[in-house]
Ligand binder design. Structure first.
Ligand code: FAD
Length: 238
C-alpha cells in the first residue's frame, strides 16, 4: 500500500468526480487551496451526465418566494454562459396558457392567491405569470439572453402542435449545457491549477484523527493512504 500520508497533506480531499466534486475542486484550487479528488469510475459517470442538461434560474422557485435563490441562479447562469459558450446555449421555452389550467395548490403563491383572489380557484391570472417572467428577466442582471414575450398561438408556429384551446403563451429564456463536458472542463481546470484528480480510484474509508483526515483509496495501482485537513463528500445521491 502506498503511504501518501508520509508526504503531502492536502487542504481538501474530495470524494466524487461529478459536477459538485469537480466544481468544488476548481473553486478551491482557484482560492489557493491544495486539492485531491478521487472518483471511483470515470468523471461524470453518475447523475452529472444524466441530467436534463438545463442550467436555469429556477423559475419555479418564484412560486415559493425564493427570491434570493433565483437571483443568484440567474446571475450564475450569465456567468456560465460567458465562461463556456462552446458547451452552453440559450434555449427558448413556451409556456402555453388556457383558462382551464390549474396550478399546484400547496405553494406559497397558491395559498396567497386563495386568500386574495378566492374566485381564481387554482388558476393563475395572465398578469401574474407575466409579472413572474418580468422578475425572472430582471432579477439577475440579464445581458445575453432575450427577454420574455407574449405569443399569439393562433398565429405563431409554436401554437401549431397544440390544441386550439391554447390561444396564448409566454416565451422565456433558459439554457442548456453539455453536462458531462462541464464536469470534465471543471476537473481539467482544477488540475491545471494544481489539483490532483484521480479517476478509477474508490475511497474505501475516511477517518478523522486529530486535525487531519486519513483517507484510504483503492485504484489501478492498489491501495493508498492520503491525508487532508478537510474532507468533502460529493459522492452523489446514489
Ligand atoms: C433526471 C435528472 C435530471 C436533472 N436535471 C437537472 C437540470 O436540468 N439542471 C440541474 O442543474 N440539475 C439537474 N439534475 C440534478 C443534477 O444532475 C444533480 O444535482 C448533480 O448531477 C449531482 O451531482 P453530484 O456531483 O453531487 O453527483 P454525481 O454526478 O452522482 O457524482 C458523484 C460521483 O461520486 C462518485 N463516488 C461515489 N462514491 C464514491 C467513492 N466511495 N469513491 C469515489 N467516488 C465515489 C460516483 O461514482 C459519482 O461519479 C437532474 C438530475 C436528474 C437525475
Amino acid at each position: 500500500m502506498k503511504d501518501m500520508a508520509a508526504g503531502v497533506v492536502s487542504d481538501l480531499f474530495i470524494i466524487g468526480g461529478g459536477i459538485n466534486g469537480c466544481g468544488i475542486a476548481r473553486d478551491a484550487t482557484g482560492r489557493g487551496l491544495s486539492v485531491t479528488l478521487a472518483e471511483q469510475g470515470d468523471l461524470a459517470q453518475g447523475t452529472s451526465s444524466a441530467s436534463t442538461k438545463l442550467f436555469h434560474g429556477g423559475l419555479r422557485y418564484l412560486e415559493y418566494f425564493e427570491f434570493r435563490l433565483v437571483r443568484e441562479a440567474l446571475e450564475e447562469r450569465e456567468t456560465l454562459l460567458v465562461a463556456m459558450p462552446h458547451i452552453s446555449w440559450p434555449m427558448r421555452f413556451v409556456l402555453p396558457l388556457s383558462p382551464e389550467m390549474r396550478f399546484e395548490t400547496t405553494t406559497p403563491t397558491s395559498r396567497l392567491l386563495r386568500w386574495v383572489m378566492p374566485w381564481a380557484k387554482g388558476r393563475r391570472p395572465d398578469w401574474l405569470i407575466r409579472l413572474g417572467l418580468f422578475m425572472y428577466d430582471t432579477m439577475g442582471g440579464r445581458k445575453i439572453l432575450p427577454g420574455a414575450r407574449s405569443l399569439d398561438l393562433t398565429r405563431d408556429p409554436a401554437g401549431k402542435p397544440l390544441r386550439p384551446k391554447f390561444r396564448k403563451a409566454f416565451e422565456y429564456s433558459d439554457c442548456w449545457v453539455e453536462d458531462s463536458r462541464l464536469v470534465v472542463l471543471n476537473a481539467r481546470d482544477a488540475e491545471q491549477r494544481g489539483a490532483k484528480i484521480m479517476t478509477r480510484t474508490r475511497v474505501v474509508s475516511a477517518e478523522r484523527q486529530g486535525d487531519l483526515w486519513h483517507i484510504l483509496t483503492e485504484g489501478p495501482d492498489g491501495r493508498a493512504q492520503h491525508q487532508a485537513r478537510a474532507l468533502v463528500n460529493a459522492g452523489g445521491p446514489g
